[in-house]
Write a protein that binds this ligand. Structure first.
Ligand code: G3I
Length: 378
């Protein structure tokens, strides 16, 4: 047999071997992939990004929490560590340690990262609240903070809540503390020291630092405060007219089982009409809005909560045009972490996962709605 013929036989044997190895490998991958594919998750089922506000401590030290975040969500938001008190704890020092942990996790697991937030009337460090400078000094402080933080995460954080909760329920801008006696300043130091147009400049400063980042205005109660909703819509119209760089609106949706559904629909409709990205940014659904101390998480409450989750997800998927669906983010992962329990010191079960990070029956409801909307079933 000529060398080539032998080589030919040898080659065909080699080819057969190679092909069989390839098929074996493909079978193993398919089998493995198959088991992964049969594991339906929020992120594998949702037609839009689905996320949670997370905490680096829990992510590092709680395996059950980490597993849920890794497998269920394809978007994460920093709950607290990128706020002024988290990332700028003293006047002359930024601390990106905890934010870097979250960003590294997001990059390692190919998840979108939504930054929260660059400017808020709350959760500001003591040094800032007592800062004593003229308007120029305040402006420099404001601009330097925004541009330092955004530049640090340029190309790593896809989007930012640039300004958070700038309006009162009646649609007026937060400026002065409306009730100094209650030791809770519900005004805004930024408006007081920088003037009412600080919001526009916050967006301009952020855009200068990272022109590719998507910039959001984020607020709560749009679904029950028509005046606040209108104030936000008016601001968007003004920004568009002035070419202020704004890309999206955050509808926080901290709602409860009694929240009127008509208001939710109206807020989504109006936000969709702006043409901007619409992010349900902080979804949780309280079952105990009256802080009833004797309440139990009854089947009736669970069913009412599931109905509200289903309504929100279905309305979002059908009212917000696909190209504007920035996604739905729940605020925290499991009921035990919810800000609601800690802030109102009450029993509540507002999320999709229980105190041990196991999916609750309401999780199955959301999965069914996501499956239906993904299949285009209305
Ligand atoms: O980290 C300190 C800890 O060292 C200290 O021992 C403890 C004592 O109370 O406080 C801890 O800081 C707390 C922080 O959460 C981290 O747990 C603050 O007191 C507490 O005020 C802070 O609450 C956060 C709140 O925003 C204020 O920043 C909540 O976790 C967070 O879920 C909540 O999230 C907000 C959004 O940013 C904006 N939309 C509303 C939403 C709910 O209020």
């Amino acid at each position: 047999m000529g060398k080539f013929k032998y080589a030919g036989i040898k080659r065909s044997l080699f080819t057969a071997t190679k092909l069989s190895l390839l098929f074996a490998a493909l079978f193993i991958i398919a089998a493995a992939g198959g088991s992964r594919q049969t594991q339906r998750t929020l992120q594998s089922t949702s037609p839009f990004p689905i996320g949670a506000a997370i905490d680096p401590g829990l992510l590092q030290h709680n395996p059950a929490y980490r597993h849920v975040v890794e497998t269920e969500f394809n978007s994460i938001t920093a709950e607290n560590v990128l706020k002024w008190a988290g990332v700028h704890p003293v006047a002359d020092r930024f601390d990106f340690t905890k934010g870097d942990i979250l960003v590294a996790f997001a990059q390692d697991h190919n998840k979108r990262f939504h930054g929260h937030n660059l400017c808020w009337y709350q959760y500001n460090p003591a040094w800032l609240r007592s800062f004593n400078g003229d308007s120029l000094a305040w402006e420099q402080l404001f601009k330097t903070h925004i541009q330092t933080v955004v530049a640090h995460y340029k190309g790593k954080i896809e989007s930012w809540d640039v300004v958070n909760e700038a309006f009162h329920e009646d649609g007026t801008l937060r400026v002065e503390d409306t009730n100094p006696a209650d030791n809770n300043d519900d005004g805004c130091i930024w408006a007081r020291h920088l003037g009412k147009d600080y919001i526009a400049r916050a967006f301009e400063y952020a855009h200068e630092a990272d022109p590719n980042a998507l910039l959001f205005y984020n607020d709560y109660n749009e679904e029950i405060s028509p005046a606040k909703l209108q104030a936000i819509i008016n601001m968007v119209k003004d920004f568009k007219h002035r070419h202020i760089p704004i890309n999206g609106l955050g509808l926080q949706m901290h709602i409860n089982i009694n929240t009127p559904q008509a208001g939710i629909t109206e807020a989504m409709r109006q936000f969709a009409a702006t043409g901007l990205q619409v992010h349900i940014a902080e979804l949780d659904i309280s079952v105990n809005p009256k802080s009833d101390t004797a309440i139990t998480y009854s089947t009736d409450l669970q069913n009412r909560q599931a109905g509200m989750f289903a309504f929100v997800v279905h309305q979002y998927a059908t009212l917000i045009p696909k190209k504007q669906q920035y996604g739905i983010t729940t605020w925290n992962v499991g009921d035990a972490d919810s800000w609601i329990r800690h802030t109102y010191r009450r029993k509540d079960w507002p999320l999709l996962f229980d105190d041990n990070y196991a999916p609750k029956p309401v999780y199955d409801t959301v999965m069914n709605v996501l499956t239906a909307v993904k299949a285009g079933r209305r």
